[in-house]
Every structure is written in C-alpha cells, then in structure tokens.
Design a binder for this molecule. Structure first.
Ligand SMILES: *Cc1c(COP(=O)(O)O)cnc(C)c1O
Ligand code: SF4
Length: 350
C-alpha cells in the first residue's frame, strides 16, 4: 500500500484496493477519455473502509463521469474565447493566465479543464509558442500580474521554472507572479530549496494559490511544505471548490478554512463547481452554496472567510455570489443581517 509512485491506470486502482474488480470495466472505458493520477500522498490518505471517503471521491474515477448533462460543456469557463495566443488567457485587463503545461500530479474528477489536461490534453508549450506568449506579455504594458496555471505549473522542473521566471523578470510592467497549484498538498516532497528558489527567481512578488478541498488534505507534511514557502517570503492564498460529498457541510468547510489559516494560507476563493462534462454528481445548487457560506460568517473568524465565486459560463469572468448581508428597502433605508441572521434597520429607526 505504500506506493512510491502515482497510481495511473485502472489496473493499478484495483491493485491498490481503490476500485472493486467488478467496477473495473466501467473505469477502463472512462480512462480512455479522462486522465487518472493519484499521488502517493493522496493514496495514503484515502480511508479504504469508508465508501464515502472525501479524498477518494476527489481522485478515484467513477462511472458517473460518463453521464454528461445538457448544460455541461467542454470549455466551461470559456478559456478559448479569450486566448489571444497559445498558452495565454487574457480576460481581465491587468492580468493573464500563462498555461505552460497541461500536466497535473493528480487528476481531480471534477476538474474544470478536464478536456485540456492529462496525457491526451494540450501538452506543454513548445519553445516557439513560449516565445510568442512572452512577446504578448511584453507588448501589453497593462499586464500587471501573470498567473501560472495549467495544468499544475509546479510539476515543471526547477530548471524549467527558473527559465520562465528569468524571462518574466525582464518585463518591467509585470509586478506580481501567481502560481496556482495543488503540489504542496498532493506532492509536498517537491517543495524543496531548488523549487522555492525557482519560484522566487523572477524577483517579482510571488503568490502561491493552494488548491485543497478537504481539511484532511492539510496533513503535517503538507503544512510543513506550506511553511517552507511562506518562510521564504511567498504569500499564500487558498482556492477550493464546493463539492457535493466532499466539503458540502458546515463542519467540514469550517475545518478546511481554519486549517488554511493555521497554515498561514489566507482563504481566497470558494468556487461553485463549473459545468465540466460528467461532473453533475459533484454539483449542488447555488442556494445550498449560499446557505453554507452564510453559515461560515456566523461561526468562524473573519480570517477564515473565503469569497464564494461563480465563473460565468462563456468566458464572462468571475462573479462573487455570496449571501447578501444587506437589502435596500427604499432610498436611504436598508435592512442588514447580523452574524446570527437577525435583521436590523440601517440607519437605526431611533
Ligand atoms: C480566474 C482567472 C483569473 C484570476 O482572477 P482573480 O479574480 O484575480 O483571482 C485571471 N484570468 C482568468 C482568465 C481567470 O479565469
Ligand atoms: S489540479 Fe487543477 S487543473 Fe489539475 S486536474 Fe485538478 S483541478 Fe484540474
């Protein structure tokens, strides 16, 4: 059970006790379509005695993924609508995504880019495409921030990352480099001195947005990896997806947000699940999501509050969809709810 390398095939899933032999045929069909990877750290975290284990649910493929509903789409957040050159997504004026690589250390079953990542995905940017992407960033002085995502940029070797960072370092108008990653949790052993030096090599202010969805993912080893990043001067923020059967209850969400804050990772975004193909078993309603987020306000520190986000299908960008504390009754008169849900008039009537 102490896998030293990642689980990547249906047969390895059965060997590891993660898929019952009678379900193997369905998973083999699924594997033709979507990539599978479970890192050793995540395989070790799965409780095989629990049929509803929230870690297994995120990474072990399920035949339910073959059910595609009419509203689902291959490019749920409209990356392609805003891609001026290969590898760049430029939706907001002051920041771009740079997708250098479409490989991940794990493949999440609810992934919003599941049609683009993995061995059959968009691959790694060629040297020529990389030149074009950097020329684009250099030619657009309004680009203040470059967000490395993918795929998971921290699967790149420190040498490749350093090359990318040195090229960013030469572009004066870029002030912030942000990395979106799952590596500190799913492959914490990668966060070593060489990788950290590579992340810092641009000389720009570096942010790492850590993707994790369940408090058990923040193991002592994962927390130590985050501590190495933060101690090196990198600012960490969190990113989670609200997922049915993983974190859609008040206790789990509160524990997750507290685990981030204890780890010096500031909760940033809680995403409503995107309309990715074959993911309807993970989706809850926006009303359910808003009720869960309202519950957080009532029970945990302000430090632990994420912003609830919907990425509007079609490439229209993100919108904050959290519960509204205030409602206008008429001009100059409001009703505002306190953290217990009790309503008050503003300004006060007397
Ligand atoms: C999500 C996203 C960003 C980052 O948005 P923030 O609100 O700054 O975190 C930037 N560009 C694109 C295309 C995105 O999808
Ligand atoms: S790490 Fe991110 S990009 Fe990779 S499979 Fe998971 S959600 Fe998708």
């Amino acid at each position: 059970m102490n896998a030293i390398r990642s689980i990547r095939t249906p047969a390895e899933l059965t060997d590891a006790g993660l898929v019952a032999p009678d379900r193997l045929a369905g998973i083999e069909r699924l594997a033709e379509r979507y990539a599978i990877a479970i890192s050793p750290a995540m395989a070790a975290l799965i409780d095989r005695a629990d049929p509803n284990d929230p870690i297994a649910r995120q990474f072990v493929p399920d035949a339910a993924e073959l059910n595609v509903t009419p509203e689902e789409r291959a490019d749920p957040i409209g990356d392609l609508a805003h891609s001026p050159v290969e590898g760049i997504v430029h939706r907001y004026p002051d920041r771009v995504l740079l997708k250098a690589v479409h490989v991940c250390p794990v493949y999440c079953r609810f992934c919003f880019r599941r049609e683009m990542v993995g061995p059959q995905g968009l691959g790694t940017l060629s040297p020529d495409a990389m030149d074009v992407a950097f020329a684009y960033i250099g030619d657009h002085p309004e680009i203040w921030e470059v967000i490395l995502t993918g795929g998971d940029p921290l699967v790149l070797s420190p040498r490749r990352l350093t090359e990318i960072m040195q090229r960013l370092s030469a572009i004066d108008h870029v002030k912030i480099v942000r990395f979106h990653t799952r590596v500190p949790v799913v492959e914490p052993e990668r966060i070593d001195d060489a990788l950290i030096a590579a992340l810092m090599a641009s000389g720009k202010t570096a942010y790492v947005a850590l993707h994790a969805n369940h408090p058990r993912e923040l193991t002592p080893t994962a927390r130590a990896a985050c501590a190495r990043l933060v101690d090196s001067g990198i600012v960490m923020i969190s990113q989670s997806v609200l997922l049915k059967g993983v974190n859609d209850d008040p206790d789990t969400l509160a524990a997750l947000m507290r685990a981030f804050v204890e780890t010096r990772v500031k909760p940033y975004y809680l995403h409503h699940p995107d309309l990715a193909p074959g993911t309807s078993h993970f989706r809850l309603s926006i009303e359910e999501g808003r009720a869960l987020v309202a519950g957080l306000r009532g029970r945990i520190s302000g430090l632990c509050q994420p912003t609830y986000i919907l990425d509007i299908p079609g490439g229209h960008g993100k919108a904050a969809i959290g519960p509204d504390a205030i409602r206008q009754e008429y001009a100059g008169r409001y009703t505002v709810s306190d953290f217990k849900g009790v309503e008050h008039t503003y300004p006060p009537s007397e």
